[in-house]
Design a binder for this molecule. Structure first.
Ligand code: AQP
Length: 351
């Protein structure tokens, strides 16, 4: 059965990239199929072990989910560490995945930097935990930003290897089913996940450098629009955003080789729900001095209600905690069933 899982790390402030690349899509996916959205606190400690306020950051992501329109009656909202199946299945996947697969991950290379020997083992194994997050719910669809593409390919590789390595035991236990792999239908236990990386905002870039993605960890606050920014901060950051001296082209093809212009037009399109071409029908031939104020107005009117609601929700942490607890219970029911199946397939005795 189709099912969505996705998550966000409770590290630092959420930014426009997280909102457009992930959260806004989560809200839309609720209309399509059953969804689970988690706050991945186990992932949060991979790069920096001691976090200043992990509980507060976790509540903030949950508040953003709710404020953006994820309905806790329809979708399951929870924090990852509550459901033990994530860590349990990740261990099994650590034995399925190969060290070489992990060493090739660009996110690991970026985050570990030059001193790789000193990175945590958790940072290296991050994609294995991410595969477990998805597959412990046998999720078929994962809406994410473009930066997560490589990790999702690895999730597919883990599912394929598990299905192959245990094919006889999957058969014997009768736990196998039809699994769709592109056009092909094979027999296996884990589904082969489809990433959902679509729309005009799969990779929002830094406002200061069109070659770098907008990121929580960028030392320059001017590089990103935070979900907590007020109208003045948004206006200041957009005004200072790097651009080139030319007027906007009249169609999207004209944005090639102009990364900063492409980024700002992409942001406008994602916020307004239009294509880049539609945006350029309106703004083609105009200077940035005219386009930027329109972008500020749109960003403020789109994000304002979400940030306002987030602040209101964060005034009542008890409510957020109750949502996470109830979500954790629902998630655990699904995850526990998968873990029983997986243990049966491997041959581990359990209750
Ligand atoms: N710039 C982006 N454009 C589009 N989507 C993005 N995402 C992140 N940055 C962009 C998507 O947001 C979701 C949550 O990602 P995460 O929790 O893994 O956060 P992150 O990738 O760690 O966020 P940052 O800002 O990139 O953090 P650092 O600075 O630590 O690397 C994912 O779906 C992601 O694709």
């Amino acid at each position: 059965a189709p099912r969505v899982l996705s998550g966000i790390q409770p590290t630092g402030h959420l930014h426009l990239g997280n909102y457009l690349g992930a959260i806004k899509k989560f809200v839309a996916m609720q209309e399509e199929m059953p969804c689970l959205f988690c706050v991945v606190d186990l992932h949060a400690i991979t790069a920096k072990l001691v976090q200043d306020d992990l509980a507060g950051q976790t509540r903030a992501i949950a508040a953003a989910y709710l404020a953006a329109g994820i309905d806790p009656e329809r979708s399951v909202i929870f924090n990852q560490s509550r459901v033990t199946g994530h860590a349990e299945l990740a261990w099994i996947f650590n034995c399925v995945a190969r060290i070489g697969w992990m060493n090739r991950m660009t996110q690991f290379k970026d985050k570990a930097g030059k001193d790789r020997e000193n990175a945590s083992l958790g940072l290296l194994a991050y994609p294995s935990l991410m595969a477990a997050d998805i597959l412990v719910y046998r999720a078929t669809h994962v809406p994410v930003g473009d930066d997560q593409k490589q990790h999702l390919e690895l999730t597919r590789d883990i599912a394929i290897k598990f299905n192959n390595d245990f094919s006889e035991r999957i058969e014997k236990t009768g736990l196998g089913r039809e699994v769709r792999m592109g056009e092909e239908v094979v027999h296996g236990y884990f589904p082969i996940t489809d990433p959902i990386i679509e729309g005009p905002a799969t990779r929002i870039m830094s406002l200061k450098d069109g070659a770098k993605k907008m990121s929580k960890s960028d030392p320059s606050d001017l590089s990103r629009i935070n979900l907590t920014d007020d109208a003045d901060a948004i206006a200041r950051k957009v005004k200072k955003a790097k651009t080139d001296p030319d007027a906007l082209p009249s169609e999207a093809a004209g944005l090639a080789g102009r990364p900063e212009a492409e980024n700002l037009v992409g942001i406008y399109a994602a916020l307004s729900g239009e294509t880049r071409d539609q945006v350029l029908t309106q703004f083609g031939g105009k200077q940035f001095s005219e386009f930027k104020p329109a972008l500020v107005e749109l960003a403020v009117s789109s994000l304002g209600p979400v940030t306002g609601e987030m602040r209101r929700l964060l005034d009542d942490p008890g409510h957020i905690d109750a949502v996470l607890k109830a979500g954790g219970e629902k998630a655990n029911e699904i995850a526990a069933k998968t873990m029983r199946d997986v243990k049966d397939i491997i041959g581990m005795l359990h209750d």
